[in-house]
Design a protein around this ligand. Structure first.
Ligand SMILES: [Zn+2]
Length: 302
């Protein structure tokens, strides 16, 4: 039988142990990284739409993965497909390395993507394996069929990721992630709606540095398609400056994003120059304002 003193010590010890356990669990819950996976059709699409956001998450200690569904092997004026696919894969990996995220390039051919069951199941696996809290993809209305079908594929995966009887080789997610669309300028059948606008002024250099890794695109293919190939500076530092001043990379804040920006940044919104905007899709989890602030820990305190 325990003496009164020993019983008291035992009780105190149990209390201290319980307190330590609660504090440890609370601490762990706080430092649990946010997990984000973004899909693009080509190995620079995610970078343009969410490179700034990804750089912010990476700096915050969160986990981001970019996945290009095609290998981009049709995006050049002179390189052959096989050689180009190899080059673009290594450019994508370098881009990811520059901001501290993972970057995977899948094997579908550029310009030939179709929303098949095979690719959909691959998308489901990617989202499940990443244990994503947030999934980002293009809207399924777009000029480019690869962009459109990437949007369809991710949209079609957005409920299936929690269904246990599908893709049984990869455990389903317990909770449906929040699915977001990148911003775009298409208006039919309806224009993009800016639900979440994040200032990327603090990581703008990082985003440019990421885009700069896609040499075959931003300094060769895209200027060539726009008749500007001769204007690209040869010097690496000069061409990066040229890229930063161009309309593609800079993603200036759009007027119609102002309202969402002001809602979260208050008076600081007036000073924001560069931003990325996202629309919450109807098909994933619908986050409350409180959850949005947890998933996007970049907004100033209210
Ligand atoms: Zn693209």
């Amino acid at each position: 039988m325990l003496s009164k003193n020993s019983a008291c010590y035992a009780l105190r010890f149990t209390c201290v142990l319980a307190a330590v356990l609660i504090l440890t669990l609370a601490g762990r819950a706080q430092i649990q990284p946010i997990r984000v996976i973004a899909f693009g059709a080509h190995p620079d699409d995610c970078d343009l739409g969410a490179g700034g956001l990804a750089a912010k998450y990476a700096a915050h200690g969160d986990k981001v993965k970019f996945v290009s569904i095609t290998n981009g092997d049709a995006g050049h004026q002179s390189m052959r497909a096989e050689e180009l696919a190899k080059r673009r894969r290594s450019e994508a990996q370098e881009a990811g390395r520059r901001i501290g995220i993972e970057y995977e390039v899948l094997d579908s051919h550029d310009g030939k993507l179709l929303p098949t069951l095979d690719v959909r199941e691959h998308v489901i696996r990617e989202i499940r394996q990443w244990k994503a809290d947030i999934v980002i993809a293009p809207r399924p209305n777009d000029y480019h069929p690869d962009h459109r079908y990437t949007g369809v594929l991710v949209q079609d995966a957005s409920y299936m990721v929690i269904v246990p009887d599908l893709v049984t080789d990869t455990p389903p997610l317990k909770h449906n992630p929040v699915f977001l669309y990148y911003s775009d300028r298409f208006t039919r059948p309806q224009p993009f709606r800016a639900d979440i606008v994040v200032s990327i002024d603090d990581v703008f250099e990082k985003k440019i540095n990421m885009l700069d890794a896609h040499v075959s695109q931003f300094y060769e293919w895209l200027p060539w398609t726009e008749g500007q190939f001769e204007q690209v500076p040869k010097d690496p530092a000069e061409r990066k400056k040229w890229l930063a001043s161009g309309p593609l990379a800079s993603r200036k804040l759009q007027q119609e994003w102002r309202q969402a920006l002001e809602r979260r940044y208050g008076t600081q919104a007036a000073g924001v120059q560069h931003a990325e905007a996202f629309e919450i899709t109807e098909y994933g989890r619908q986050p409350s304002e409180e959850e949005i602030r947890k998933l996007f820990p970049f907004f100033p305190d209210r």
